[in-house]
Design a protein around this ligand. Structure first.
Ligand SMILES: NC(=O)c1ccc[n+]([C@@H]2O[C@H](COP(=O)([O-])OP(=O)(O)OC[C@H]3O[C@@H](n4cnc5c(N)ncnc54)[C@H](O)[C@@H]3O)[C@@H](O)[C@H]2O)c1
Length: 361
């Protein structure tokens, strides 16, 4: 047995698997004991990197089943999005704690089944959490606290934009990118889901959703590269959401929350404006910093040690996934849809790949 408290298996040793391995490697209470990837070069490269960092040498495997026979207490799922739920369910079924990269999955039916498995596992002390690292940015946490304390007054609206650029080379860099089956969508599902999660965290659950999804620039991909949506929330507030990978040179993400006594704007993970209780706040206006997997690992490993729920649950991630899917369904059907109908499966048979248009003209 590795002599640390948490023995971590990283499943998927690509771009984000490396971020997980580094976050774990920095901790005294956790060790990466297993690396799983169907691509030998990917798992070997990460193994060499951990050894270079002076960490214990992890075992390497080509699938999760083999890794679960070894010393593994926590499984981090870092594979293409369409494989998350099945792998997570397998690990939970084997009583290992699970951390799942965003989005939870691309398929809401599988996601609901995982939700049920996560609830059963939690009853036996087995934890699951989903990465949404921007909830841990100091600026976003300040906004959430202000909303909970009523310091924006009555919430009236929210505006979120994810205006990024992704080149054709990016979409060609791995076979799963830009596909419905494994990426599950484009600018919204892949790049925008962090912002969807933040909007729901601030504003609560949506009620009605209308949307248009386009393939505005990247015509070689299956999924959308541009989407706009309007949402109403249970509180009565409204919101607009814009996500694109066709905004050269890209890079800006902004979420604003407005209320009758205050509001805030978070831009590129930093708090740019804060008004509380009817006045410009003296509180730090530029707190923030990049979202960190490290902060979320802190939350997850503390929750495991204390036997408490993590900050972000599979059920939070199901809401974000259902919102993304509701946007695709509204664009496909060209009419508003109710979030609850999507969440509860009344649109499960809609093929959203029909809902992405080419630009008019
Ligand atoms: N939280 C974030 O900010 C963030 C950032 C980037 C990616 N992601 C998410 O992380 C996931 C992976 O993205 P990426 O950019 O690292 O992709 P990637 O293509 O760089 O890496 C994925 C790896 O998984 C491996 N793999 C595929 N199927 C597997 C299986 N069944 N078992 C084991 N290994 C398998 C591939 O060989 C590849 O090495 C996606 O869901 C993506 O949305 C999250």
């Amino acid at each position: 047995m590795a002599d640390t408290q948490h023995q971590v298996a990283i499943v998927g040793c690509g771009i984000i698997g490396r971020t997980h391995a580094q976050a774990v490697a920095e901790r005294p209470d956790a060790t990466v004991t297993a690396l799983v990837d169907s691509d030998a070069a990917a798992r070997e490269a990460l193994r060499a990197e951990l050894v270079e960092l002076g960490r214990p040498e992890p075992k390497v495997y080509d699938d999760l089943t083999a890794a679960l026979r070894g010393d593994v207490s926590l499984v981090a799922i870092c594979t293409p999005s369409g494989s998350h739920a099945v792998l997570a369910e397998q690990a939970l079924g084997d009583k290992r704690h699970v951390v799942i990269e965003k989005p939870l999955d691309v398929d809401l039916v599988r996601a609901r089944r995982l939700g049920a498995a996560a609830t059963r596992a939690a009853n036996h002390g087995v934890l699951s959490s989903v990465i949404s690292q921007h909830r841990f940015d100091a600026g976003s946490a300040t906004v959430k606290k202000a909303i909970e304390a009523g310091r924006f007054g009555q919430l009236t609206s929210s505006v979120a934009t994810v205006a990024w650029w992704r080149s054709d080379e990016y979409y060609a860099s791995a076979g799963w990118r830009g596909t419905w089956a494994q990426d599950g969508g484009g600018a919204l599902m892949n790049q925008g889901v962090h912002t969807v999660d933040l909007m729901l965290w601030f504003m609560g659950r949506p009620v009605h959703i209308q949307a248009q999804a386009l393939r505005a620039a990247h015509h070689a991909i299956e999924v959308e590269d541009t989407v706009v949506a309007t949402l109403t929330f249970e509180s009565g507030a409204v919101g607009t959401l814009h996500a694109t990978t066709a905004a050269f040179p890209g890079g800006r993400t902004r979420v604003s929350v407005h209320g009758t006594e205050g509001g805030a704007e978070v831009e590129n993970d930093r708090l740019r404006r804060l008004h509380l209780d009817g006045e410009k706040a003296e509180a730090p206006v530029d707190v923030g910093g990049p979202g960190r997997h490290r902060a979320q690992y802190d939350d997850i490993l503390t929750a495991i040690a204390n036997g408490t729920p993590p900050a972000i649950t599979v059920h939070d991630a199901i809401d974000a996934l259902a919102t993304v899917r509701a946007i695709y369904i509204a664009s496909t059907l060209q009419r508003p849809v109710r979030f609850i109908d999507v969440l509860e499966g009344r649109y499960d048979d809609v093929d959203v790949s029909r809902g992405v248009r080419l630009p008019p003209g």
